[in-house]
Design a protein around this ligand. Sequence first.
Ligand code: FAD
Length: 491
Amino acid sequence: MHRRHLLRSTVALALVAAFPKKLFAEMIADLSAVRGDGSQVTIPAGVLKDLKASLRGRLLLAQDPGYDQARLVQNPVIDRHPALIIQPTGVADVRTAVNFARSLDLLVAVKCGGHSFSGQSTCNGGVQIDLSPMRGVRVDPQLRRAWVAGGTLLGAVDHEALAFGLVTPLGTVSHTGVGGLTTGGGFGRMARRFGLALDNVTAVDIVTPDGLLRRASAKDNPDLYWGVRGGGGNFGIVTSFEFALHAADRQVIGGTLAFPIERARELLQRYAEYTPQAPDDLYLDAWVACPPGKPQVCGVNVCYSGAARDFDKVMAPMRKVGTPLADGFKAIDYEQLQRATDDTDARSEGNYTKNGFVSAITEANIDDLLAGRSTDARRSSILYFQHCGGAIGRVPAQATAFPHRHALANMMVMTNWPVAADAQPHMQWARDFWKKLEPYTRGFYVNEVEGNEGASRMNANYLGNYARLAALKRKYDPTNLFRLNANITPA
Ligand code: FAD
């Protein structure tokens, strides 16, 4: 009897050892979760089992393989644990996920590329809807249109469109998500020629908070079409973007012109003078880099997509700054340039960013920027001007929800530190520095802020567009289901 009992236990243990993951994954229990208002809710095991059964994609709980990869975003400072993660494979699953979240008033995070600096695409205790299984691009070269699934990274769009000699302007790092980038703005190397990413959206399919799939375009739900172009993720989950494509030569001139730090003032002065008159086919970012334990340097990054024979003439004003440390311009494939600043190990360093749009770069701004730069050997920092203007500035401020058409540049203070170090002193340095720089700005980029900025700051930021956005939010998302974003308070 005793021996038989022992044998049975041994067999049971061996089975557990052989199939632990499967067994654990099937052990769904009641789950404690967080609502949008911060209160707790218990989701009964039966409800979770029904949810799992109704999805074609995956439902991930904390014990499941893949959970940790999904919950993390690019910024390693952000370490949040959703109660559950839904990975939809298509519109049907997105609708299921939204209906499920709404029925329990759950806190909802939506993830595409996971680039949100402040980690809006993950959360503690809520539901994360991770769109990464929904990636794909279809190009129609005759119609010059691309249909891009809501979880796609921008490098895939460049790759597919360029195969037909076409391009749509997106961001500058190929692993950025199209979803977050486009709904908030989308500044990139071709934006001065063809506008922001959102200016090129001709239609979207979007699952709104009521769980319905809507098409938004100039003809269908034009109010939603207006709001989704600049209102960020406030109105629902875009499952498909339709983009206009433009003919473009895939060979451009790109690279960096770098100078010693002593030339920084003159570099920024010439940048301030030249950028308002630069041709649309020149995209010119200026920067001052302060790496730890190494000499500080300054310079410009370029993407020039005009006639190669004119390049020297076009760059002459910036070359007058003096003898460069490096003049690395070369003819380069646009797709390769789009990957040139990709992170090989994006989560190796903590990061924090402050930003604001400037309509002009004044002497006082340059003074304060240079005076405040970091000399602390524990962090690196980059003071950056991302070039705006051109076609971006020719769109009326009320034509889309995005209003910052006045901007000459997006001014940024970006800082990084070793991932194991305490983040607080570095974030505090950037915040204190920003207090000096913010008065030179007029508004901020919703894609690069911390999250809930509050209604009055958001109102000021939207330069007259906020009342319309707040009314739209009341119409489509009266309970603020989609609140993890630069949040618009329902009117
Ligand atoms: P995620 O973190 O996945 O999502 C951010 C938010 O976007 C979500 O909280 C959600 O509200 C919303 N969202 C995501 N997908 C959808 C969807 N399908 N439907 C509705 N809402 C959605 N910005 C530029 O303009 N130009 C640049 O060149 C640029 N470069 C960057 C480089 C790096 C390394 C990083 C980290 C950021 C950069 N950004 C740039 C900022 C970028 O625009 C934002 O971080 C943006 O939110 C990234 O989108 P994502 O989908 O990767 O982000």
